[in-house]
Design a protein around this ligand. Structure first.
Ligand SMILES: Cc1ncc(COP(=O)(O)O)c(C=O)c1O
Length: 435
């Protein structure tokens, strides 16, 4: 099999054709920070997620910071005890560092939950076992966009409430999962009653360059987060001194600088109408891989996806034998593959929180993702499957030795500076885009 001429990237930035002109309008307007486009973007996202309490921010990481910060405050009405330094957040270690560093930044302790090998999501049984009186928050990632069993999570909360007298809060890290559904309801919908965060960073289904969303379950949380994202100050006109329009009224609670601006919102508004099409092509490619990769000796699919889950397939992950050789072989065929996120618990910064995670120890030996997104054509996905088969069927594992096809792909570098037309949109490719 001849290698592809150009590397098939694992991720690609989608920018709609009118994003440039819309951003240019904002630049020319003289008003580039948070303004009417942020409001317009949020109204559309509220409709998409079926949640009126959605705030746009400068990143998904900021959304996690604000979520944990707000949970520090007790609430007698809902018997919420608040968070105290040293309280525990049950969380996954298999994720972007962004998931877990806000836990540390807020003076809390991550308590690692093992993953299920059949999903790469948290193992809900292990999560239940690790509940203690100090478990205040249950946080998890929908790996690759495939929802965790949210019914099982609710049962764990009920169990915790009976045992400890309060319901742990849930933060869904849905950075990969915009458009994903559980039991036919979108992740992030208000009816779920949880906090969900999304990332609008460069390589996500929906990007604003950088950006994030905080989807909240109540108006009270929404109102509070809305001022927390901008120093604790309401931007409403009536909040300002009548004589000197720059002077705000009393600040009751300090906040942060985490809001979205109109430049980013202009890009988001241009990209949003393409989101359904993008999701459909991720799903179609994943469905193809589901059948075409099944049964290959050396490949194990993530075959434990719960019934209620409809994935957004930001990634298509599975397990392979001889993973390092597999990645090198696929690179030689010009197909980018990766585990995508390094486990967080083994970083030095997490040394005080170490705990055995036997399933994760095995999972990281075998887990990879292959390109699945909107840029992957029918021909590309067939090529990917042929390459996977070629590795396992024709190359005995012990004898894998890869000669590079020459040039950029051999050294593993992406074509980060190249622009091309795809799917009617102008896109910058970037296999090395920062996660
Ligand atoms: C699982 C996960 N959580 C959180 C984030 C953070 O999102 P952001 O880059 O928008 O801060 C990412 C980013 O890729 C992610 O993959």
């Amino acid at each position: 099999m001849e290698p592809l001429r150009e590397e098939l990237p694992l991720f690609k930035v989608f920018i709609a054709p009118d994003a440039g002109p819309r951003a240019a309008e904002v630049l020319a307007s003289g008003a580039v920070t948070q303004g009417p486009l942020v409001d317009a973007f949020e109204r559309k996202l509220a409709a998409f997620l079926d949640n009126p309490h959605v705030l746009s921010l400068n990143s998904g990481t900021s959304a996690l910071h604000i979520a944990l910060h707000m949970l520090k405050t007790p609430d007698a009405a809902s018997r919420w005890p608040g968070l105290k330094p040293g309280d525990e957040v049950l969380t996954t270690a298999l994720t972007c560092a962004a998931t877990n560093w806000p836990i540390l930044a807020n003076g809390l302790r991550p308590r690692w939950v093992d993953v299920g090998a059949g999903t790469a999501n948290v193992d809900v049984k292990d999560l239940r076992r690790k509940l203690t009186r100090r478990t205040k928050v249950i946080q998890f990632v929908h790996w690759g966009g495939t929802p965790v069993d949210l019914d099982a999570i609710e049962r764990v909360r009920e169990y915790a409430e009976k045992k400890f007298g309060f319901r742990p809060a849930v933060i869904e890290d849905a950075a990969h999962a915009i458009g994903a559904e559980w039991n036919g309801i979108r992740v992030g919908a208000a009816s779920r009653g949880t906090i969900a965060i999304f990332s609008l960073q460069a390589i996500k289904h929906l990007t604003t360059g950088d950006g994030g969303l905080l989807a909240l379950p109540t108006k009270a949380m929404y109102d509070r987060a809305k001022v927390l994202r901008w120093y604790g100050i309401s931007r409403a006109r009536e909040n300002y001194d009548e004589n000197d329009y720059r002077l705000e009224s009393d600040v009751k609670e300090f906040g942060f600088k985490m809001h979205m601006n109109d430049l980013a919102a202009a890009v988001g508004l241009a990209n949003l109408p393409h989101l359904e099409t993008i999701l459909a092509s991720h799903r179609a490619n994943a469905s193809y891989y589901d059948s075409a990769l099944r049964g290959i000796d050396g490949v194990t699919l993530l075959n434990d996806v719960p019934r209620g889950a409809s994935s957004s397939y930001w990634m298509y992950s599975f397990h392979v034998r001889d993973k390092p050789a597999f990645i090198t072989f696929m690179k030689s065929k010009n197909v980018a593959t990766s585990q995508v996120h390094a486990r967080n618990d083994t970083h030095s910064v997490c040394a005080p929180f170490r705990t055995p995670l036997p399933v994760l120890d095995e999972v990281v030996k075998t887990l990879v993702s292959v390109p699945v997104g909107w840029w992957v054509t029918r021909r590309d996905r067939e090529y990917v499957v042929e390459a996977v088969k070629a590795f396992f069927e024709t190359t005995p594992a012990a004898e894998v030795s890869v000669s590079s096809p020459g040039g950029a792909a051999a050294s593993g570098s992406g074509s980060a500076a190249g622009g091309e037309r795809a799917g009617g949109a102008f896109c910058w490719t970037g296999t090395r885009s920062k996660l």
